[in-house]
Design a protein around this ligand. Sequence first.
Ligand SMILES: NC(=O)c1ccc[n+]([C@@H]2O[C@H](COP(=O)([O-])OP(=O)(O)OC[C@H]3O[C@@H](n4cnc5c(N)ncnc54)[C@H](OP(=O)(O)O)[C@@H]3O)[C@@H](O)[C@H]2O)c1
Length: 330
Amino acid sequence: MSEFRALVLREADGKVSAQIERLPETALPDGEVIIDVEYSTLNYKDGLILKGLGRLVRKYPHVPGVDFAGRVSLSTTPEYKPGDAVLLTGWRVGELHWGGFAEKARVKASQLVRLPQGLMTKRAMAVGTAGFTAMLAVMALEEHGLKPGAGEVLVTGAAGGLGSVGVALLAKLGHAVVASTGRAETHDYLKALGAQGIIDRASLAQVPTRPLDSERWAGAIDAVGSTTLATVLTQLKYNASAAACGLAGGNDLPTTVLPFLLRGVNLLGIDSVMCPKPRREAAWARIVRDLPMDKLDAMTSVVPLSELPELASEILKGSTRGRVVVDTRA
Ligand SMILES: NC(=O)c1ccc[n+]([C@@H]2O[C@H](COP(=O)([O-])OP(=O)(O)OC[C@H]3O[C@@H](n4cnc5c(N)ncnc54)[C@H](OP(=O)(O)O)[C@@H]3O)[C@@H](O)[C@H]2O)c1
């Protein structure tokens, strides 16, 4: 019987611990397609799951990893055949269902996306859930009228995974990107990704004292939430939009309705997890078209499964930079 390596979370006395184990293929959950996973990634949500936080996992033992890319090894549907290159993000894989921090995964065929032409599995995971979400945010901003030349577009949590991809995408599309970061040592990195300006995240982090501030942003991608997003709303230009993607700074939103009523601004909710398949495919096609691969490579580090428990603490502290790809076979 073929065995595979997986990072397994087990719970004892309310504490969650992670170790690499060898599992038989029969341990895989139900599903129509078995995938030889080549790469997965570390996202903020993986950090929470690896540390047993956020009540995201209900049943242990559990294999985390909210995204993966690899090749089909077995399929019971005609849609996929062995050797097909596929990727998966979301659908609560890695939280309710076993995920991608393993050499094998079994999922529903409907949850898979064919690897778009021009993208290898490693780069697909360099994008991963965080980068895919940044693409969804750009698409939503465009659908609400954002055009190059409209003015400065803000990205918060810019040196993180979602933020880094957001900066690179917006810059490539011709926007004047301003990156908000709390880390001075990432300024050169963010400029290399295409940021024209940088602001200290502390300048957005206070509870807004006025319901409306001076109009500055033609659009915004926000990975932080809380007082940061509340401040951004007070600074959006007339009719401009902010895409709410994350909660790295908190899940509250201490705002008023005045920016909506007096400036007609839009708050756009971005969800990557249950995003319908046609929009997923459209977003991946846009990623191939609009994300410069040299910038993607520059923001990516590759780690083995064994480093994940330590890196989970780092990503929750906000101290990882860019995207972290997991080589499941290393
Ligand atoms: N909506 C969705 O479907 C979806 C999908 C993916 C991710 N997300 C969310 O998006 C966020 C970013 O995810 P990620 O994987 O890119 O995580 P990440 O790599 O850790 O990036 C988050 C960044 O936020 C900043 N940050 C961290 N703590 C902060 C704090 N207390 N106050 C202000 N800024 C802080 C840091 O950037 P600087 O050092 O540059 O300031 C950090 O690098 C997370 O909240 C995640 O849950 C949502």
